[in-house]
Design a protein around this ligand. Sequence first.
Ligand code: C5P
Length: 396
Amino acid sequence: MKKERKILKDKSILLGVTGGVAAYKSVDLIRRLREEGSSVTVIMTDAAKYFATSLSLEVASQNKVYSDLFSYPMAHINLPADADIMVIAPATANIIGKLANGIADNLLSTCFLSFRGKTVIAPSMNWRMYENPIFQENLRHLLSHGVVQVGPEKGSLACGEEGTGRMADIPDIIESIKASLSKKDLLNEKILITAGPTREYLDPVRFISNRSSGRMGYAIARAALRRGARVTLISGNSSLERPTGANFISVDTSADMLNAVNNEMDSSTVLIMSAAVSDFMPVKKSTNKIEKSGNLFLRLKLTPDIISGVGKKRTRPFIIGFAAESGERIKRAKKKLKEKNMDMIIFNNVTETGSGFDTDTNRVVIIDRKKETKLPLMSKNSVADAILDRLTEIRA
Ligand code: C5P
């Protein structure tokens, strides 16, 4: 298997834990970061010790936990020097106020000042504190210096109130760390991605659809967002979590998808059609539920081919399509590339184990007007990055 692109592999993360109720979640954050191959060194503030124990963070990180500025006189220089990224989760109003104003009165704030890389903060506090204009001013100031904010979420807070202030979910924090460590080579692109299946209705309750889960398209959306693109994701029915930061448009039928693509196309630089658009739809949709009165014969007609429609436009985005084939029919995919006037087509054999629908992996061949790149079986996340790599090469 080709080397997977694991952004967090072998990364050294300096994690600041400050005194918010969400501090107990740091154990889970550390565990997930370590699972992705990172090493984590924790700095706790004194207030954090009321909410999580140093021992639990030490066990989770399998590393020494630092706290006191004066016990290790060089820690405020050495710890940041060894780190690829600093993360502060939870980040209280207090630490954000200090960092925004250059105060260095504890180990964490001192490390922040001496650190030269990116810092991600996950604010966590009562909604009144979060909305306080003084806090907001501090936050804006800090962000204007390149610090990255993730969350907070709206929801029920530990104090029993509802509002914005709950620390971002761990997967969102991880995604934000990955984005901060990624190269930003798609800053100038506005990418329109379609994903998932469409449903074609026989009557108000029955439809024909397919096995697409949306995984490939969602993986491309996440990878593109990390790399700095603006992303619109048009998705058919899918149980997957919506990628944070994408403009999300939910659709049902191929007609809905066609409309959504037409509405978004002019403002997009790239169209990636990874959706498994239904090829057929019932000739007629019954307005009432069809009665069960014997065998039923369906008459189906072709759905409008969305990608071909875009390919025919005089000014059009760069078009990437998918060819999910049963069998090694690369020739057919190449023919499709030309016929539909695409710029790139991603071929995959859906009958092969580990490839195609409802799996986390895929084996694809990237075919464009100049070359053919055969990739080994890889995670869909790595396939997404490989497709975007080729896109950037072609558009350089
Ligand atoms: O011809 P085929 O359906 O195999 O082409 C697949 C490509 O065409 C995919 O990128 C798919 O999203 C797109 N497609 C489309 N409109 C359809 C059917 C497929 O844009 N009605």
